[in-house]
Design a protein around this ligand. Structure first.
Ligand code: FCB
Length: 445
């Protein structure tokens, strides 16, 4: 039978979450406003005008949620810290209640033998900092480093595993270029400085953490897309190269000392106008691991209608392929390809799949949720991961996205990604069949 033993003793299994998507308690106990609090409460931004004000109420229910995690034999829990719960204005006065909450969460996890993995930034910038320019203001490098130090000092005695940023391409691309995520800003003049400052925070945040916690395992995570050209025409192949530079190489290559992939993505030229002397030396950082986050493959075609990039992605519903509620193709081999791709960078020491999962319609019948599609999705992705590992890819962990159904950003509560069903009216949790499957998969020793 296929189970965790096939992956060897040291392989890490877990579940991943993010503060804004689960915590709720958006203004409790001194928490400050974040860009997602503001954005999701504006009309027309989120599907059906949902907001994350209450989400899964994890802030008040973490004890019972962790007990379910324990029941499911899940040994590692990735969660993020809400910056504005710790520093309501982003800088300055610390909100002790926020520190206390994460201390309770960490202590309870450890008490249950669940290892905490902290993401320092999963998209919920304090609104006060956005008012001062947010990611487009270079001062964010100092604001972020100070916040990281506070987290390291308060939680580092018990937390060994840290991730600096979650998917910088998504929060800069969706938040500062397309305007579909918080803070809803658009255009290259916002995107390019946001990219440079996020890349600086990626390495400077990691340095700040390592200075205080030299023994910590420090990583950072990337959205990794497996791309294929629509046809083998040179136009489609070149379009795919440009999209690859943008989606896959933009943030990781500077951290590996390779600089920004400007040769393959001319629109990045102007990034140099945001450089200060010495930046080249600041961008690289020797991460202990790289977090790979993959859900699907993308098919790329040349397009004259998309300015600058001249490329577009053909969504799953236009291709007649199996898909999830996100309109993402179910294509397990994408994870295999992505692992191979990142493994080929000689300077990467270790890969951990920090997110992978799927959203489907999960109907409850007789109190049960038979989400076979999700179980199949997880199994098939774990199988290709094992294949990659057996071929020598240095991958060492896998975290399911996600534990309970939660607030899925611009899609609101519609796509359910959880191993556990959340009733958002009553906050009742129901373990799905996929959750029981994971429990069984993890139970062998
Ligand atoms: C990733 C995000 C995560 C979640 C999944 C579905 O891009 O990191 O918060 O929304 O997608």
């Amino acid at each position: 039978m296929f189970n965790k033993n096939d992956f060897g003793e040291d392989f890490t299994f877990g579940v991943s979450t993010a503060a804004y998507q689960i915590e709720g308690a958006f203004n409790a106990d001194g928490k400050g406003e974040s860009i997602w609090d503001k954005f999701s409460n504006q009309k027309g931004k989120i599907l059906d005008n949902h907001n994350g004000n209450n989400a899964c109420d994890f802030y008040n229910r973490f004890v019972s949620d962790l007990e379910i995690m324990k029941f499911l034999n899940i040994p590692n829990f990735r969660f993020s810290i809400s910056w504005s719960r710790i520093l309501p204005n982003g800088t300055g006065t610390i909100n002790q209640n926020g520190i206390d909450f994460y201390n309770r969460l960490i202590d309870k996890s450890l008490e249950l033998n669940i290892e905490p993995w902290i993401t320092l930034y999963h998209w919920d910038l304090p609104q006060e900092l956005e008012n001062r320019g947010g990611w487009t203001n270079r001062d964010i490098v100092g604001w972020f480093s100070d916040y990281v130090e506070i987290c390291a000092k308060n939680f580092g005695d018990r937390v060994k595993n840290w991730m600096i940023l979650n998917e910088p391409m998504v929060f800069t691309g969706a938040g500062y270029f397309l305007g579909v995520h918080a803070p809803g800003r658009k255009g290259l003049r916002n995107f390019i400085p946001a990219v440079h400052h996020a890349t600086l925070c990626q390495s400077q945040g990691a340095r700040a953490l390592k200075n205080i916690l030299p023994k910590a395992q420090v990583g950072t995570t990337f959205s990794c897309s497996h791309l294929e050209p629509n046809t083998d025409s040179p136009k489609d192949i070149n379009a795919t190269k440009r999209v690859d530079a943008l989606l896959n190489r933009l943030f990781i290559e500077p951290s590996l000392g390779l600089g920004y992939p400007i040769n393959d993505l001319k629109l990045l030229d102007r990034i140099y106008s945001y450089f200060k002397p010495g930046d080249e030396q600041l961008l690289p950082f020797d991460f202990d691991f790289i977090g790979i986050q993959n859900y699907t493959r993308e098919i790329v075609t040349h397009s004259y209608f998309v300015p600058l990039l001249n490329a577009k992605i053909i969504k799953a519903d236009k291709r007649n392929v199996p898909k999830t509620l996100m309109n993402w193709e179910v294509y397990p081999n994408a994870l295999y390809k992505v692992l191979k791709k990142y493994d080929a960078y000689p300077k990467i020491k270790k890969l951990i799949v920090t997110e992978n999962g799927s959203a489907f319609h999960d109907a409850i019948f007789d109190g049960k949720i038979n989400d076979e599609q999700r179980t199949d999705y997880l199994k098939s992705h774990l199988k290709v991961l094992l294949k990659a590992k057996n071929e020598g890819v240095k991958v060492d962990g896998y975290f399911v996205w996600t534990f309970t159904d939660n607030f899925e950003w611009a899609e609101g509560y519609y796509p359910r990604f959880g191993l556990i069903h959340t009733n958002f009216n009553t906050q009742e949790r129901t373990i799905k069949q996929s959750g029981y499957w994971y429990k069984q998969f993890l139970q062998f020793s």
